[in-house]
Design a binder for this molecule. Structure first.
Ligand SMILES: C[S@@+](CC[C@H](N)C(=O)[O-])C[C@H]1O[C@@H](n2cnc3c(N)ncnc32)[C@H](O)[C@@H]1O
Length: 341
């Protein structure tokens, strides 16, 4: 069997290239700190002096100016004669809109988990508490994480409603749909969408999706044989960024429940990141991230296909999205006569 090629960035050949990689934590710390201390909210398109900013944010003036200079070097702040101004991007995406601030905050949480990667190597277990526990112990952090995923889905997620298997009028199940980014789009495109997620997340999704026409059901997917909906009832099911949170055996179990929710001939769409995805080391790093955070993995294309087959799906086809987007469509075989009336 041919080995699966592991993507890599250009081979490191010099000490300075290695040092560049090693010090990658520094720009990340500058950006996450600037976000946490409220600097992006305090900067304006017109310059403000370091003194004024330090006074407003109650910070050490000299160290704040050092941080501002680093942000100038990183392309997020502009220095003019009289002070420091937000660039148009910073003003929009890190200032007035909350979008990228949510993503920055998410990465700050995960950076502290990554600092414990060595533990994961020894124990074989993630360092973060399980998602269902986090929903109870740190609900604000859990919701902020889902809001960041909403941003990421909006800026880079696949447009499921544009796939040729999608049609208005389809009954669609969004499995582990989070705050409903995909569900909303599919409902806007004319589908009758049901989103299922843990009860706490479902309550948040209900707020977010009010008026969208999406039906929301709170359920632990592993407590229900067909994901909280009637068996043989859905034309299409989306499983987006959930399989990578699970071990192979759990993912097959989940996909089996999705299979039962579908009509014979119905389709599942799995949206994920495969372990061998590029660009560069994206897939392997995403895989490590799952091992640090969830105990899941970025499964390979081959494993994704075999999981679908073990759950009873046939004809898995990878949709032609560029890496790292990994979207499979597969069919629950049969036709409507196969369902007992
Ligand atoms: C990584 S998020 C993905 C959210 C969304 N589908 C997306 O692609 O952005 C995984 C979602 O699956 C839900 N989930 C995970 N395990 C679940 C379970 N056992 N029962 C119900 N929902 C679950 C989580 O609450 C979360 O909303």
């Amino acid at each position: 069997m041919a080995a699966v090629p592991i993507p890599h960035q250009a081979m490191i050949r010099t000490d300075w290239e290695l040092i560049d990689l090693l010090t990658g934590y520094q720009p990340a710390a500058v950006i996450t700190t600037a976000h946490r201390i409220g600097l992006f909210g305090a900067l304006r398109p017109t310059p403000r002096s370091g003194e004024e900013l330090a006074g407003e944010l109650d910070l050490d003036h000299s160290n704040l100016v050092a941080l501002l200079k680093a942000l100038v070097g990183l392309g997020l702040v502009e220095k003019t004669g009289t002070g420091y101004a937000a660039t148009p991007y910073t003003q929009k995406r890190l200032g007035s809109e909350r979008d990228m601030g949510l993503v920055v905050a998410k990465e700050a949480v995960f950076a502290s988990a990554w600092a414990r990667l060595g533990e994961v190597m020894v124990t074989g277990r993630p360092v973060m508490e399980t998602w269902s526990v986090m929903l109870e112990t740190h609900p604000e952090q859990a919701r902020a994480f889902l809001e960041a995923l909403d941003v990421l889905a909006r800026i880079g997620g696949p447009r499921v409603e544009e796939l040729d298997i999608f049609q208005p009028g389809l009954k669609v199940l969004d499995v582990g749909g989070g705050l409903g980014t995909y569900a909303r789009r599919m409902a806007q495109a004319g589908a009758a969408v049901t989103l299922v997620d843990y009860p706490k997340v479902a309550a948040w999704a209900e707020e977010e999706l009010s008026g969208s026409g999406v039906q929301v059901i709170g359920v632990d997917l592993f407590d229900h044989p067909s994901c909280g909906v009637a068996p043989d009832s859905m034309d299409l099911a989306l499983v987006s960024h959930l399989v990578h949170d699970l071990t192979e055996a759990r993912a097959v179990d989940l996909l089996g429940r999705v299979w039962r929710s579908l009509i014979p001939g119905g389709r599942v769409v799995v949206n994920d990141f495969a372990g061998e995805s590029g660009p560069g080391a994206f897939g392997p790093l995403f895989d490590l991230m799952m091992r640090v955070e969830t105990g899941g993995a970025a499964h390979s294309h081959k494993t994704l296909e075999s999981m679908l087959a073990h759950a009873g799906f046939v004809e898995p086809v990878r949709m032609p999205y560029e890496d790292p987007l990994t979207v499979y469509v597969a069919i629950r075989p049969g036709n409507s006569e196969d369902v007992a009336s």
